[in-house]
Design a protein around this ligand. Structure first.
Ligand code: DGJ
Length: 760
C-alpha cells in the first residue's frame, strides 16, 4: 500500500506507485498507472481503459472509458467561455466551469448543476453543499471488500485484481470522500464504491450518494433499461438519449420487479455484435436510482446509486457511510460481449460458496403442483414420481408452518404444521430422502402476518407508522430487519428447523414492497431503508455461514429482487412467477442482458399455464426452462400420462448432458423474442469444443419462409457434428448462413441442437 498527499498545484507527487505489469493472453499492461506528469490515474483491464485526472484547481475530472489504450486523454477536454457559467471563487477564468467539465464524482455545491452524485448537509447549520478537492490516493493489492455489503471479490492468485482509492476532501466539513475502484483485469470489469468519512466534530447528513457515473463529452447514444411488473420482469427497452433526464428507480425497499438496477448506454446503432456499450450494475437489493442526462452542451452523464427518496443518512463524527458497489463494464463488440463480461464476473466473482461452480440438482417444487394444498404424504407421493423421472430434489414451498393454509396467516411462526406434514420437518425430509431425493424448504424470513404468534408477542417488530393506517401487501407486514433482535429471533427459529433436518435447499422469498417506513429503534428514519437492506444481508450471511452446502435460491414474488447484491448470497434466483414458456422467452432473454443464465431459476409447469392460460408443448417448456442453471419442474407429475413422464425422463437426461455447458458456457442471444416470430439462443464452451443451440417458434404465417438460425462463437475453420441430425457442418458456413429449422409439427415448436467440434 502506498499513500501520498496531494500538492495544491494538482501535480500528483509520485512516480513509483503504479502496479506491476501483468501479462494476460500475450498482452503486457499495468492495471493501475499513476502518471505524475499529467496527474492522471489510468485503470487497465485486458481490453479496456479508464482514466481520470486531477486538474489545476484540484478537481477530479473524468477523461475516458473505452478500449484499452496507453497515453493521456486530457486532450478530450475543451475550455471556452460558456456564457453564464459559474466558477469556484479561486478560479478567475470564465472558460472553466464544473458545469461543463466531465466529473469523476459530481457533487452539489461548486457549480456543477447537472444531476449530482453527492449531496451533503451540515446537521447543525442545515447548510447544503461541499467543495470536494483531491487530497491523495492509495494503491492496494487485491480487490477491496465492503464490510456488511456484497461486493465483487477477487481470487488473488488468478485475478491480478487491484484497488485504487482516491481521496477527496472538504475542508469546511472536515470530510473525506474515498472513491474506491476495483480493477478486475481478466474480467474487463471495473467496480466502484464510495465511503464518506466524517473527520470533523459535527454530524453531517448524506442526502444523496450515487456510486458511479460516466460523463461522455459527446456522442449519439441509446439507453437500455429493463422494466416490468409481477409476472413480467426485465423487459428490455431501448430509447435514444435526448436532452433532459431519463431515470429509473426503486422506491419499494427491494430492487423491484418494475425496474432492474442495471443500465446500458450504447452507440445508437449498436447491435448484439457491433458497437460500443457501457453498463452499470448495482450490487445492492434495495432502493436505487439510475439515470442518463443529456445536458445543454450535448454531453451525457450516466449514473447509478442509492435512491435519495426517503433517505437521509446521519454520519456522526468519526463515522463513515458506504455507497454500495457498482459493477461497470465496456464492450466495443456490441451488447453480446457486454453481457458475457457480466456473466463471467457475476458467476465467478459475485456468486460464492459450495454451489458457485457446481451444476445444480434438477428439482420439483410443490407450489404450482399443489399450492397450499399438500400434506406430508402427498409430497412423498410427488417425490416417488419425481424419482422415476430422474428428478433429484423436492422443494416444499409455502404452507408448511404455523397454521398456514392460505396467505392470510403464520408468517413469522417458523415451526412446522405437524398435523399437515404428518410429523416434523426432519421426519418429512427423511421420508423424502428415503425415496432417493434431496429435500428443500421455503421461507419468507422478512415477513410477518398479523395472525401469527410472533406478531401477537411483538407487534412493534413490524414496520408500521404510529397513528397511520397500516399498508398490507398479500395480507402481510414487513419485519424491521434493521433491528438485530428481530434478526436474531428469525435466525434462531430457522436454526430450530434447519439444524435437525437434512435440508439441501432453501428458497428465500419476499412477497411485498416496503411502504410503512418507521423503525421504533431510531430517531433517524431516513436511515431505515438502507439499514433494512444491511440487516437482510446480515441474516443471509448468517444462514449462508451456518449451512455452507445448502443451496439458497432467492425469490421475491418471482424476480422482484433479481440483482447482483442478492446473487452474492443466493447463487440462483427464481426468475418470474410467470412460467408460461412464451412469456419466459422475453423474461429470460431480458434477464440475460445483465445476469448469467446460470443464476436463473426456470421450471416446466402445467398447461394451460396458470397465469396466461396458454398451452405449449412439454418439449418446448423444457427447451425454454433449460436456458437456466436452476432447472426444474413445478407441476403435479403424479397426474401426467405415461408418454409425458417418458418425455420428462428424456428431458432430465438431456439436461444433464448439457448442464455444465449451460452453467459455464458463453451465452449468445441469437434471435431476440421481440421479433415475435422466433427466438433462439446458444451456449458455447469456452474452448469452442461444443455448443447448444435452442430455438422456439413463436408465431407462423401460412406457407411462410423457413426460419434460419445462425450460431456464433464457434471455432473458425473447423467442423461441428450435430448430435440430433448427425449432419457435419463447416463452422465458417454455420456462422455465416446458419441452418434452416425443420417445418413445425405443433404450435410453439421448439428445437435443441447439440453440436460437437469434430477433432482432426
Ligand atoms: C411467490 C413465489 O414467487 C412463488 O414461487 C411461491 O413461492 C409463492 N410466493 C409462495 O407463496
Amino acid at each position: 500500500m502506498v499513500e501520498h498527499e496531494c500538492k495544491r498545484d494538482g501535480a500528483v507527487p509520485l512516480d513509483d506507485a503504479s502496479t506491476t505489469e501483468v501479462t494476460l493472453q500475450d498482452c503486457r499492461f499495468t492495471p493501475i498507472v499513476v502518471n505524475q506528469q499529467d496527474a492522471t490515474f489510468t485503470l487497465h483491464t485486458l481490453h479496456t481503459a479508464y482514466q481520470m485526472c486531477v486538474d489545476r484547481y484540484g478537481y477530479l475530472i473524468h477523461l475516458y472509458y473505452g478500449p484499452r489504450t496507453e497515453g493521456t486523454m486530457n486532450y478530450v477536454l475543451n475550455f471556452c467561455d460558456r456564457g453564464q457559467a459559474s466558477q469556484p471563487e479561486r478560479v478567475n477564468d470564465r472558460t472553466y466551469s464544473l458545469d461543463s467539465l466531465p466529473q469523476e464524482f459530481s457533487f452539489q455545491g461548486m457549480g456543477d448543476l447537472r444531476n449530482p452524485m453527492f449531496v451533503v448537509r451540515e446537521a447543525t447549520t442545515g447548510a447544503y453543499g461541499c467543495d470536494l478537492q483531491y487530497r491523495g490516493y492509495e494503491v492496494i493489492d487485491g480487490k477491496y471488500g465492503l464490510p456488511g455489503l456484497p461486493a465483487v471479490y477477487s481470487d488473488d492468485a488468478k485475478d491480478m485484481a487491484q484497488t485504487l482509492k482516491v481521496i477527496l476532501h472538504d475542508e469546511r466539513l472536515d470530510m473525506d470522500v474515498e472513491l474506491l475502484y476495483g480493477v478486475m483485469p481478466t474480467y474487463d470489469v471495473i467496480t466502484r464504491a464510495v465511503r464518506v468519512v466524517n473527520k470533523g466534530g459535527a454530524t453531517i447528513e448524506v442526502k444523496r450518494l450515487h456510486t458511479a457515473s460516466i460523463d461522455f463529452m459527446h456522442g449519439d447514444f441509446d439507453v437500455m433499461t429493463f422494466f416490468g411488473r409481477h409476472g413480467m420482469e426485465r423487459m428490455p427497452t431501448r430509447a435514444r438519449i435526448e436532452h433532459g433526464s431519463f431515470s429509473i428507480m426503486s422506491r419499494r425497499g427491494e430492487s423491484s420487479h418494475q425496474y432492474n438496477p442495471f443500465m446500458i448506454v450504447c452507440d445508437y446503432d449498436a447491435t448484439e455484435s457491433a458497437g460500443q456499450a457501457w453498463s452499470m450494475s448495482f450490487v445492492y437489493s434495495g432502493n436505487f436510482y439510475a439515470a442518463v442526462e443529456k445536458d445543454q452542451f450535448d454531453q451525457v452523464r450516466m449514473q447509478m446509486g442509492l435512491n435519495d427518496e426517503l433517505f437521509s443518512y446521519p454520519v456522526a463524527p468519526g463515522e463513515a457511510f458506504v455507497g454500495p458497489e457498482v459493477i461497470m463494464t465496456y464492450s466495443n463488440e456490441g451488447l453480446g460481449l457486454l453481457s458475457q463480461n457480466l456473466h463471467r464476473v457475476i458467476r465467478q466473482r459475485v456468486c460464492r460458496g459450495y454451489w458457485r461452480d457446481r451444476v445444480r440438482p434438477v428439482l420439483i417444487n410443490s407450489w404450482e403442483a399443489s399450492y397450499f394444498d399438500f400434506t406430508g404424504d402427498s409430497l412423498v407421493e410427488l417425490a416417488k414420481k419425481a424419482k422415476e423421472c430422474g428428478i433429484e430434489l423436492l422443494v416444499m414451498d409455502d404452507g408448511w408452518f404455523g397454521h398456514r393454509d392460505d396467505d392470510m396467516s403464520s408468517l413469522g411462526d417458523w415451526y412446522p404444521n405437524k398435523k399437515k406434514l404428518g410429523g416434523t420437518v426432519a421426519e418429512l425430509a427423511k421420508r423424502v430422502n428415503d425415496v432417493g431425493l434431496e429435500f428443500g424448504i421455503w421461507y419468507e424470513p422478512e415477513m410477518i402476518s398479523e395472525d401469527s404468534d410472533l406478531y401477537r408477542a411483538h407487534p412493534d417488530w413490524a414496520l408500521t407508522v404510529p397513528g397511520k393506517p397500516k399498508v398490507l401487501g398479500r395480507h402481510q407486514l414487513v419485519l424491521d430487519m434493521s433491528r438485530k433482535e428481530v434478526r436474531d429471533n428469525i435466525f434462531q427459529q430457522m436454526c430450530g428447523v434447519l439444524d435437525d433436518a437434512n435440508v439441501a435447499y432453501l428458497k428465500w422469498d419476499c412477497n411485498r414492497s416496503l411502504i410503512d417506513i418507521y423503525s421504533r429503534d431510531t430517531s433517524d428514519q431516513g436511515r431505515v431503508l438502507y439499514d433494512y437492506v444491511l440487516g437482510l444481508y446480515d441474516l443471509l450471511e448468517r444462514v449462508h455461514e451456518r449451512y455452507p452446502e445448502m443451496l439458497i435460491e432467492g425469490c421475491a414474488g418471482g424476480g422482484g429482487r433479481f440483482d447482483a447484491g442478492m446473487l452474492y448470497y443466493t447463487p440462483q434466483i427464481w426468475t418470474s412467477d410467470t412460467t408460461d414458456a412464451i412469456n419466459r422467452l422475453t423474461i429470460q432473454a431480458g434477464t440475460s442482458f445483465g445476469y448469467p443464465t446460470s443464476t436463473m431459476g426456470c421450471h416446466v409447469s402445467e398447461v394451460p399455464n396458470a397465469i396466461t392460460r396458454r398451452s405449449t408443448p412439454l418439449f418446448t417448456r423444457g427447451t425454454v426452462a433449460m436456458m437456466g442453471g436452476g432447472f426444474g419442474y413445478e407441476l403435479d407429475i403424479t397426474k401426467l400420462p405415461d408418454e409425458e413422464i417418458d418425455l420428462i425422463k428424456q428431458q432430465v437426461g438431456a439436461y444433464h448432458e448439457t448442464a455444465e455447458l449451460v452453467m459455464n458456457g458463453r451465452f449468445y442471444r441469437l434471435v431476440p423474442p421481440e421479433t415475435n416470430r422466433l427466438s433462439a439462443w446458444e451456449f458455447v464452451a469456452d474452448d469452442g469444443s461444443e455448443a447448444l443451440v435452442s430455438a422456439v417458434i413463436i408465431d407462423v404465417h401460412g406457407y411462410g419462409v423457413a426460419s434460419y438460425v445462425v450460431p456464433r462463437g464457434l471455432t473458425p475453420d473447423s467442423s461441428y457434428v450435430c448430435k440430433e441430425t448427425g449432419v457435419i457442418y463447416p463452422s465458417n458456413a454455420l456462422m455465416s448462413v446458419g441452418f434452416p429449422l425443420a417445418p413445425i409439427v405443433v404450435p410453439y415448436e421448439s428445437y435443441q441442437f447439440h453440436f460437437k467440434r469434430v477433432e482432426a
